[in-house]
Design a protein around this ligand. Structure first.
Ligand SMILES: Cc1ncc(COP(=O)(O)O)c(C=O)c1O
Length: 451
């Protein structure tokens, strides 16, 4: 590929930003109004980081599409960054929510449906015991507490450039010399994360053994394939070694399936026969209604029960008044039973293969030094010629300006990609025409860079 002309990119970006402004007058007006009551004019600060100088205000979303307050229509490849991987408002989930809402929303007591959910989770993920939370962040926080409590070890281990939600102790990366540092912009950490956490590169077996050998690590918290710094697949045999070494040194293995549930009905764990001690999952589980789960082995269940004083169960650091509420459980049951089915994955993965092939064709046509990687119904293109093996390599290829341009170019032509990276999720509500349209727009974006 001819080298990217930065001043050309800068002027293209300005052009697209002006077009964005012109096509979103109502969103702009609402943003100005929102700034008077909401910090930054948005409910969550990262919403101002989208491409465009203000956020698009949504009118309505259904399936794989939505419209904004200005009457623009979009194909949604972001799908709530996996929270709406089911497609927006899946019929069975909406029906269950509508019925449950008449019968109680939250009680601090179980309804019978929760047993169906527990048994279904056993069937899908192969772990015998389950608990509920409201977010994947909380599920991760809770299992880390359990692992520390049982093992009485002070540290956890994560991979460079991982993301597991706003779990305080995971905000640590390796600097260019490979030294652990607090992740830049780690906001007001209560403690230096180096005191709680070891960080190594994914796919680095020697570093893993060194880190675990001192037997002070309670748990490894891992996505089975990394998804938050592009998609990074494990090397062949890496998971076998990870399991072997964690067992050898008495460290628990936590698999976070929050994004990798895109790999199949039982996530990456079931599709690759992994054997974690704990498994966590949130986001799409209840069709977008806040819900998360964490499961664990018989051994963990027994060891936890032995150390647990039930009198402290409500104030011991694992909590959430609304966790396991009736509405979330009803939504979860309907979503697992009728939406996130084998058929769902067969259709969405087949379409994702076409999406990825479309991107690959354009990369080949223009001889771009870019790659696209797929995992189930998720794919992501990355600005480097070869697949990264770890977070450090992937992070080195981040190009914020180019990223912003690709996003706003798509947005101006009715395509929403997942922000802050170039990820696309496909639901069975996405159509072949949507995929073909994306290939066309992606090609136009690339072509414009080279004009
Ligand atoms: C792998 C992974 N785990 C956990 C989370 C946290 O999810 P939530 O923000 O819904 O708590 C995320 C969020 O992106 C994630 O990517």
């Amino acid at each position: 590929m001819p080298t990217l002309n930065r001043s050309h990119l800068e002027s293209l970006l300005k052009q697209e930003e002006a077009l964005f402004h012109k096509n979103h007058p109502k969103s702009y007006g609402l943003y100005q109004q929102a700034r008077k009551s909401l910090h930054g004019g948005v409910p969550m600060l990262w919403m101002v980081r989208w491409a465009g100088s203000f956020p698009v205000f949504v009118k309505e979303a259904k399936g794989a599409h939505f419209t904004d307050v200005d009457g623009n229509s979009y194909i949604d490849f972001c799908l709530g960054d996996t929270g709406a991987m089911t497609g927006h408002g899946p019929e069975a989930t909406v029906k269950a929510i509508t019925e449950q809402i008449q019968k109680g929303i939250t009680l601090m007591l179980p309804y019978e449906d929760v047993i169906w959910v527990g048994e279904e989770l056993q069937r899908r993920f192969g772990l015998p015991y389950w608990q509920f939370a409201l977010t994947a962040t909380d599920a991760n926080r809770f299992v880390l507490r359990m692992a520390r409590m049982i093992t009485e070890r002070p540290k956890i281990l994560v991979f460079n450039y991982c993301y597991h939600g706003s779990v305080d102790e995971t905000f640590i990366i390796l600097d260019e010399e490979g030294t652990p540092i607090s992740r830049p912009n780690n906001m007001g950490p209560q403690i230096d994360p180096r005191e709680t956490t070891k960080v190594i590169e994914f796919n680095d077996i020697a570093a893993l053994e060194t880190a675990l050998a001192s037997r002070d690590v309670a748990a490894v918290l891992a996505e089975p394939a990394m998804t938050n710094i592009g998609i990074i697949h494990p090397d062949d045999g890496y998971h076998d070694t990870l399991r072997e070494l964690t067992r050898k040194y008495g460290t628990y293995l936590i698999i976070d399936e929050t994004h990798t549930i895109c790999a199949g009905p039982g996530g990456y764990t079931a599709s690759h026969s992994l054997q974690p001690d704990f498994l966590t999952l949130g986001k799409p589980l209840a069709g977008g209604v806040p819900a998360a789960i964490y499961g664990f082995t018989e051994e963990v269940s027994r060891a936890f029960a032995d150390k647990m004083n039930l009198d402290d169960a409500d104030v011991g650091g694992i909590g959430g008044t609304l966790a396991g509420n009736a509405l979330s459980i009803a939504a979860m049951k309907a979503t697992l039973q009728h939406v996130l089915t084998d058929e769902f994955y067969a259709k969405a993965i087949a379409l994702q293969e076409k999406f990825t092939a479309g991107v690959e064709t354009v990369i080949a046509e223009f001889n771009l030094p870019w790659i696209v990687k797929r995992l189930g119904n998720r794919s992501e293109y990355w600005f480097r010629p070869t697949p990264p093996r770890n977070g450090g390599e992937a992070a080195a290829a981040v190009d914020h300006e180019l990223d912003r341009y690709m996003h706003i170019f798509s947005l101006n032509r009715g395509i929403l990609m997942t922000p802050f990276h170039n990820m696309a999720l496909i639901s069975p509500e996405t159509t072949q025409e949507d995929v073909d349209y994306h290939t066309k727009v992606f090609r136009e974006a690339v072509q414009s860079l080279l004009d």
